[in-house]
Design a protein around this ligand. Structure first.
Ligand SMILES: Cc1cc2nc3c(=O)[nH]c(=O)nc-3n(C[C@H](O)[C@H](O)[C@H](O)COP(=O)(O)OP(=O)(O)OC[C@H]3O[C@@H](n4cnc5c(N)ncnc54)[C@H](O)[C@@H]3O)c2cc1C
Ligand code: FES
Length: 297
């Protein structure tokens, strides 16, 4: 590992310990500590710009969920024709036994989730994927997101607040009205820089991130929700020798390594020793990949 990249990973077995490389089959899912529970919707909110936020009472999942992990959710009455849908975890409250997801209505699954109300049952499978590593050398983190991509950033910020790690966020959207998650990030002590496409005076993301990185006080960058932002973050990570992680997009049917529907290309790196682009399962190796391993172009 390069000097200055002191990162830790939670010392407990998770899906990552299946050792999936390329398209190798994982070990039996029964080995991993995720939970399949029927929880209850504790609250359903309609946030800025039409974003929906569900607070879900699912105590074992909320208690086990690390930063950057996701859940698969579905309502019991969906039947077998509509698969569970994957969502990053926005925030957890282990004492209350709740976790939150943030989403926009896209198709039938999210439409049905948007119709859920407090008290409705909801199936939750999780936590899934790898928690992201966080710096443990006193340096802070940069959180870069667009739209619903702010969701894992709030959960990462929550973890940082608990561990005393400083965080700064670049939150992007098409317009001011579409910005989401800013207040929750600020409540967690994050300094937030909103960036909107309709602001003619705005600096480019790479300029903003380069300026921040130049100070040397940040140890890692996390990006979700935009390839353009991910490429900007990758360039800044290269220029300033920062660790970077990008949440990759993939269609997911199972969420735990069985269906192989979420295969994404990965560049050669510590976990792809083939020397060429190979395929990995985003649900098991991700959802956040080291930024140098993700194919972003
Ligand atoms: C690990 C992971 C975490 C996610 N976290 C969030 C989140 O926190 N908030 C959020 O709003 N969304 C998130 N998504 C995307 C979300 O899962 C999809 O928007 C949702 O499944 C769409 O379901 P649907 O039935 O409403 O739409 P569908 O009818 O299934 O699809 C509607 C449209 O959305 C596209 N779409 C569906 N799934 C995806 C996907 N995974 N990636 C890109 N495009 C897709 C389809 O191609 C189609 O054009 C996440 C996806 C993954 C893989
Ligand atoms: S293998 Fe099924 S979603 Fe990844």
């Amino acid at each position: 590992m390069a000097a200055g990249r002191v990162l830790d990973r939670r010392d407990r077995p998770t899906c990552q310990d299946w050792g999936v490389r390329g398209l190798a089959l994982p070990a039996t899912p029964a080995n991993v500590p995720w939970h399949m529970v029927t929880g209850t919707v504790a609250a359903a909110h309609l946030d800025a710009a039409g974003y929906r936020r569900l607070v879900v009472h699912a105590p074992p999942v909320a208690a086990a969920c690390g930063p950057g992990q996701f859940v698969m959710v579905r309502a019991p009455e969906w039947g077998m024709l509509l698969l569970s849908r994957p969502f990053d975890v926005y925030r957890t409250d282990p004492e209350a036994g709740t976790l939150e997801i943030l989403f926009k209505v896209k198709g039938e699954g999210t439409q049905r989730l948007a119709a859920l109300r407090a008290g409705d049952p909801i199936h939750v499978l999780g936590p899934l994927g790898r928690p992201v590593p966080l710096p443990q050398d006193g340096r802070g983190v940069l959180l870069v997101s667009r739209g619903a991509g702010v969701s894992p950033m709030v959960r990462i910020a929550q973890e940082c607040a608990q561990r005393g790690i400083r965080a700064r966020a670049l939150v992007s959207a098409a317009s001011r009205e579409r910005l989401v998650g800013i207040q929750d990030l600020e409540t967690l002590g994050v300094t937030v820089h909103p960036l909107t496409d309709d602001d003619p005076a705005a600096l480019r993301p790479v300029q903003i991130l380069s300026g921040w990185a130049a100070g040397g006080e940040w140890g890692a960058v996390y990006v979700c929700g935009s390839r353009r932002l991910a490429r900007a973050a990758r360039d800044v990570c290269r220029a300033h020798n920062l660790a970077g992680y990008v949440f990759v997009e993939a269609h997911m049917a199972c969420g735990f390594g069985i269906c192989h529907g979420c295969a994404v290309p990965v560049r050669p790196g510590p976990e792809n020793p083939t020397g060429q682009v190979a395929y990995a399962l985003a649900c098991v190796r991700g959802p956040a990949l080291p930024i140098e391993e993700a194919v972003l172009d």
